[in-house]
Structures are given as C-alpha cells and as structure tokens.
Design a protein around this ligand. Structure first.
Ligand code: NAP
Length: 473
C-alpha cells in the first residue's frame, strides 16, 4: 500500500514480501514509481505550508498520539519485523521499544527548539538567530532495522516542522506500512508523512532531483549513499548519510576476558551480524588470544539458530540468498588465506525451514589479506586477529574507508581514554558493546557518512538557522 496525501492507495503493480526464515511469500504490497513519488512530494510541499507553522506543542501532541498507538501495537509491530526481517522476536521487541523511544524523545524535543540572541557590534542593531524547519524531506531506509531506522528519521523531521516522503527497503515494507497506520490514526494532517514503496532507482532519482525536496536523509550502503549525494548536488540539498561500517573490537591483555567475550555475542551476533555497528574485526592481545578464542567459540557454538518466531532462538536467518552467498564467500576466502574455523563456517540447514541461515562462526588467525578485513560482512562471522602493541592495534583498527563504530576492552582508564581519542570513528564503546541509545548522536565519519541521528543532534539535521539583523532607527 502507498500512503499519499493522507490516504491509502492500492496499485496494479505489486511487490512480493518474503519471510527470510522460510523463503516463502508473506504477502504482496502495492508499489509506485516516479509519478507517485512526484505526487507524494507535491503533497508534502503543500502540507509543509501549514505544518511548518504549527507550534512545537501541537507537533508534540501528534507525536505523542503516534507513540500511544505504537505502544498498543508493539506486539504486532515486533511480529511484523520478525516475519519480514527474520530477527528473533525478543530482538524485534527491543527494536520496537527503541523505535517508539525516538518518537517519545522527539515529542519532547519539538517543544524545545530555541533560537539565539547575539551581541551586536552596533548599539542600534538587534541580532537574532531563529531556527526553522528545512522543508520537504525525503527519507530512504534499509531492511536491517525496518522500524527504528524509519522512526529515527521521521520523528525528528516532524518534530522540527518538516514534512516527509519515505521509501523503505523493498524487502521490508510491512513495518513501514504498520507505522504509517499509526500516523494515520494519530490524525497526522494529510501530506505531512507520505509512504512510497517501489523501485529504488526510480523513486530515488525523483527524490534527489526534485527541487521541492530540501533534504535527503538516507541509511544504507556507502555505494548508494555516494550516488544519492552526487545526485543531490544539482539542487544543493541538505543531506544526512548513515552508511556502512567495519567495526574493530580491541581486547587488551588487561581486559575482563569474560566480559569481552560476552560483548562479542551482543556486538557481532545480534541481528545475525546484520547491523551497521556490528563488530567486524576482533583484535585480541596475543598473550590472551587463545583463551579468548576458545571461550568465544564455546559460547558461539551454543547459540541457537532458527526461525525468529520460535522461543529460544538467538540467531535468525540472513535477509536473502545474496547475503548468504556473500558471507559464505568471505569465510571460504578467510580459510584459503590461513584462517582456522573454530566453530560454524557453513550454510545452516534446518529441517523445518528453507530460509537463509548461516552457522554462527568464529575464525581464528585472521589476517589483513582476507576480504573480511576490509569488506563489510553483515553476517554472523567473528574473525579474530592478534596484536602486540597499542600503537600497532590503533593503526590496524582505524579502517581506511569506514569510521562508524569501534569497541575497546581494557581495565586501564588511561588506555581507555587514549583509545577514545585515537580511534577514528563516530561511535566508540569502551567496555560497552551496545552504545546506541536514543539520546546520543549516532553516525559515522569518513565514508561511513555525514550527519547524526538521535538526541538533540538529530533534530539539528532538520533545522536551518536564519540570521536576522534588525536596525532599530
Ligand atoms: P542499500 O542497498 O544501500 O539499500 C538501502 C536503501 O536504499 C533501500 O531502501 C534501498 O531500496 C535503497 N536504494 C538502493 N539503491 C538505491 C538507489 N539507486 N537510489 C535510491 N535508493 C536506493 O543497503 P542495504 O543493503 O539495504 O542495507 C545495508 C547497508 O546499510 C549496510 O552497508 C549497513 O552498514 C548500512 N546501514 C547503516 C546504518 C547507519 O546508521 N550508519 C544503519 C543501518 C544500515 P531497495 O531495498 O528497494 O533496493
């Protein structure tokens, strides 16, 4: 279903949505293309004329109503995520809570958009900065967090007074439809939030080239992000890009080993490793590497793989066949380059299901020649490298292209602080494998993106400063 100008719309063209745990079709949804995107942008432009002038309190009320509805439907939302994305239900339930958290946070922030008064250089002048919504925003989201990636963009956009056109990932449109049902029932005025599902290139081209769109906010791969940046240049749009990552996870000899092992279970195996801030390279001090890898392999081999709707499952399927093949290829390459598989390493076949499962895998003796060292894995594979000195590991941890998230385990406060400074990443977790929270700025440096989402920082992305100088005589 498409949602344009406050109304649901069917269409003759349909897209099949698959369950990655079974490979079977869940349902088919209506799609739109260039014409529908143009219509959605036009309705967002019209709506902006009034929504952009509402008070923060009014917008806050709408956001709060949406929160209420999402809370009432959180079970249904979580099941939808599991069905179309595959992640285990408890993880989907956490995603729903996080997704609602963004709406709760920005329902409050909508009331707190302040300006500044500047000291004037001329006594007869009054200088002010007022902050205004950017205008129509186009949002493009990925499948790995099919709900929270949407609310992390739409909540601050609406709070700031912007209107939105969303294109969700084609493999996970159902969560988007469910959350738009909440917006509709919350009484959001027509055109304030619009949903277009359909061919990425066609919709994306219209979003980037249409001069009425003043901002593009994107979460997805670096490759597509670069294209959107290039295409947005002609109309000089404001942009936020949350792109790929390749997180190092550094474990020093003074670290609490069990905590570091458990941290990998969170940072690498949640969402079957399909998280942009997932650990991709585990650097362990040589003196503790064997103990660490044995402990990690034991824990990883106990993880239960299966359909995310079943109780007790820790690791669900990958999103599709292509993802499965990419992970298998990286593992084969790592083995060819001298890596030793301590556990896992193969496509996993479940008797009852024919989905895209891969065994949770630990590879010891990883090295810098392997593809897995530079390419994002997006799968449940943990390669372990060894290092000798802090200087050496800092140099290897700082990835040439990516700079999204990095982790470090140490009990030495000074070392933790040195690592905090030395790691060239937008997010650093020191003895913390799960740093992402609603109030913090989430985003990368280098080719991991530009702009932040979350907290007061996320709101800034949807506001423009207008400087006003008033001569009083
Ligand atoms: P992707 O292929 O870049 O797709 C992301 C979104 O972009 C989808 O909605 C996709 O639509 C759309 N898209 C694809 N080609 C497009 C085009 N030419 N023009 C406009 N839109 C286009 O990425 P993905 O495989 O879904 O997601 C995984 C990537 O996202 C990873 O690299 C991951 O690190 C990154 N990610 C980053 C963050 C972060 O916050 N930094 C968070 C989550 C994920 P279709 O689905 O219809 O093709």
């Amino acid at each position: 279903m498409l949602y344009i100008n406050g109304a649901w719309r069917d269409s003759a063209t349909k897209l099949n949505v698959l369950n990655p745990a079974t490979g079977k079709v869940l349902t088919a949804v209506a799609t739109g293309g260039k014409a529908e995107t143009q219509e959605a942008i036009a309705s967002a432009k019209k709506a902006f004329a009034t929504w952009g002038k509402t008070t923060g309190n009014e917008r806050s009320n709408y956001l709060s109503k949406a929160v209420q509805l999402m809370k009432e439907r959180s079970k249904e939302l979580a099941e939808t995520i599991t069905l179309e994305n595959g992640k285990p239900l408890p993880d989907a339930t956490r995603e729903v809570a996080g997704a609602i958290g963004f709406f709760e946070w920005y329902a409050e922030e909508a009331k707190r958009i302040y300006g500044d008064t500047l000291p004037a250089s001329d006594p007869d002048k009054q200088l002010m900065v007022i902050r205004e919504p950017v205008g129509v925003c186009a949002a493009i989201t990925p499948w790995n967090f099919p709900l929270s990636m949407i609310t992390r963009k739409i909540a601050p956009a609406l709070a700031a007074g912007c209107t939105v056109v969303l294109k969700p990932a084609d493999v996970t449109p159902l969560s988007a439809i469910k959350v738009f049902e909440c917006f509709h029932e919350a009484g959001l005025p027509a055109g304030v939030a619009n949903l277009v599902i359909g061919p990425a290139e066609e919709i994306g081209s219209e979003m980037t080239r249409n001069p009425d769109v003043r901002k593009i906010t994107f979460t997805g791969s670096t490759r597509v992000g670069k294209k959107l940046m290039r295409d947005s240049a002609d109309t000089v749009k404001k942009i936020s890009m949350e792109l790929g990552g390749h997180a190092p996870y550094v474990v020093f000899e003074d670290a609490e080993i069990d905590a570091a092992v458990n941290g990998v279970l969170v940072s690498k195996f949640i969402n079957a490793g399909q998280t942009c801030i997932s650990t991709n390279r585990i650097y362990v001090a040589e003196s503790i590497a064997n103990e660490f890898s044995e402990k990690l392999a034991a824990k990883v081999s106990a993880l239960v793989v299966g359909n995310g709707l079943e109780e007790g499952v820790n690791v669900g399927p990958l999103i599709n066949q292509a993802a499965l093949e990419k992970v298998q290829h990286q593992v084969e390459d790592a083995v060819k380059q001298g890596g030793k598989v301590l556990t896992g390493g193969k496509i996993f076949t479940l008797e009852k299901e024919s989905g895209y499962f891969f065994e949770p895998t630990v590879i010891h003796y990883a090295n810098d020649r392997m593809q897995i060292t530079t390419e994002e894995t997006f799968g449940p594979v943990a390669p372990i490298y060894t290092f000798q000195t802090e200087e050496e590991v800092v140099e290897r941890a700082n990835h040439a292209e990516y700079g999204l998230a990095a982790y470090c385990y140490t009990k030495d406060l000074g070392r933790g602080l040195r690592m905090m400074r030395a790691l060239e990443f937008g997010i650093v977790g020191i003895n913390d494998p799960a740093p992402a929270v609603v109030q913090a700025p989430f985003g990368g440096v280098k080719e991991s993106g530009t702009g932040k989402e979350g907290g007061k920082y996320g709101l800034e992305e949807y506001l423009e400063e207008k400087y006003v100088s008033i001569y009083m005589k």
